[in-house]
Every structure is written in C-alpha cells, then in structure tokens.
Design a protein. Structure first.
Length: 260
C-alpha cells in the first residue's frame, strides 16, 4: 500500500477543504469484472491488487456496490471484491449528505489528478527513450499449448527515433522454477528477429512461437536488443530494462488510444 500513502501525502494539501479531509482507498481482490454503468453489464476488468479511490457506497436494488474511481473513470464494484478499511466502510453510514457529496467530489478530482500525472509520466518516459532508439511498451511470455512443450513470447514496441526501423533482434533468457537458465536447442540465450518497417512515432507488435521448446520457463528476461535501420546503421540496447514502460503507464496509454 505504499502507493496509497504516497498518493495521500501528495493530494491532501490539494484536497483539504470542506468537512471531509481525506480520501478512501480500496484494493481490488482478484481479477474482477466491474461495471461502468450501475445497472449495466460487467464491461470493464480490473486486475488483482488494483488501487482505486472509493467515492460512495450505494445500497442498490440488485445488490450493494461501491462507486470507485480508477484512473479518471467511475466504476461500480461488488463489495465482496474490494478490500477496504472497515472503519472507512462504516463511515459511509455516519456521514451526512454534505460530507458524502464532499467525498464524491474529492474522489473524482483526485482520480483526475492521478490520471493526468501518470499520463505525463508515460509521455516523458517515451520522450526519454529517443536516444536509446526504442521503447518496449509491453511484453510477455506464455505457454504455447497444453498439447506441446513450448513457451512463446509477444512484444509491442515504439520507435521514438527519427529513422525508420528495418529489423529488431530480441534476445531472451528463460528461467525455471528454481532460477536456473532454461536452454533450448542448446542455446541459453534465444534471439528472435522482428521485421519492420516501423516509422518514427509508430508501433510494432510481434509474436514469437516456441521461443523455448520447453514448458519449464517460469520467468523470462529481455537480455539485449539490436536495431537495424533502413539506412543500414545499427543500434544496440544492452540494458533493455531501461526502456520497458512500467505496466501502469502502459495501461494509461492504452486507454488514450482506445478513447481516440
């Protein structure tokens, strides 16, 4: 809950007006479908341990719900799937109408402040990758099939440079459950080639089947990236972790794209 405490420290000076002087936070318990409209379908999914700002507790005819804000979106979640301080939950029954209105308005405002701040961080991160030649927006590995022994990978990248990318080589290392390197075809480092072109400020998405001909891979790392541009020049990224966009910022950018 470090994010909770830090957020409170940052926001309280901005929000300490009216009768209610604090925000109520909750943490999603499980991978949970939630509603963007109280009487609508479950149309949004929140990951386990997602931090939300609680704005209201509603006794609804089809079952009680918490009204929460995630990023700058108002959502409705079943109380069974939200971890919240018991004293905070009880407080909703003791506050008068003006205090409840204050909580709701501050929750909405705080969610927007956090969202805009994260959006700025995401764009700043991408801007800082210009000199490195690439940003990894998202990547993951997964079991290829329950019928075969294989682990695959997928990756999404962004080109911040002014030159068009022709090829990219991604070097992966996989580890088993006890932390030992998993080899495949006698190789401990598996290098996959992606074909462009990826122009400036454009993205590319790639899937590599059977990076490892093994189901033993429990964790994996990107060890190195090599880029070739259309003009024949090359660029190495020896520390890929420095260009991997944090997951929360990737989700923010994804929302921006979806809304566009």
């Amino acid at each position: 809950m470090k994010r909770t405490l830090l957020t409170l420290i940052v926001l309280l000076p901005l929000l300490a007006f009216g009768q209610v002087k604090y925000l109520i936070f909750g943490v999603v318990d499980g991978n949970v479908p939630v509603k963007s409209v109280i009487d609508g379908n479950h149309d949004v999914n929140l990951d386990d341990e997602t931090l939300v700002i609680v704005s209201s507790f509603i006794k609804y005819k089809y079952g009680d719900v918490f009204e929460v804000y995630y990023k700058n979106r108002k959502l409705y979640i079943n109380p069974d799937f939200l971890k919240i301080n018991k004293e905070d939950q009880k407080a909703f029954d003791t506050w008068d109408a003006s205090e409840l209105d204050s909580i709701k308005s501050k929750a909405s405002y705080a969610a927007d402040v956090i969202y805009r701040n994260d959006l700025k961080k995401a764009f700043a991160f991408l801007d800082n990758t210009k000199t490195k030649g690439l940003a990894v927006l998202n990547w993951s590995y997964y079991d290829e099939s329950e019928y075969t022994s294989g682990t695959s990978a997928k990756i999404e990248v962004y080109n911040p440079a002014k030159k068009t990318i022709k090829y990219i080589w991604f070097s992966f290392v996989g580890y088993n459950a006890v932390g030992d390197v998993v080899s495949s075809k006698g190789q401990t480092i598996r290098t996959m080639k992606a074909v462009g072109p990826i122009k400036e400020k454009e993205t590319g998405s790639y899937e590599f089947s059977y990076v490892w001909f093994s189901d033993l891979v429990q964790t994996a790392k990107l060890k190195a990236i090599k880029i070739q541009y259309m003009d024949g020049t090359f660029k190495l990224v020896p520390i890929p972790s420095s260009i991997i966009l944090p997951k929360n910022l990737y989700n923010i950018l994804n929302d921006e794209v979806d809304e566009d």
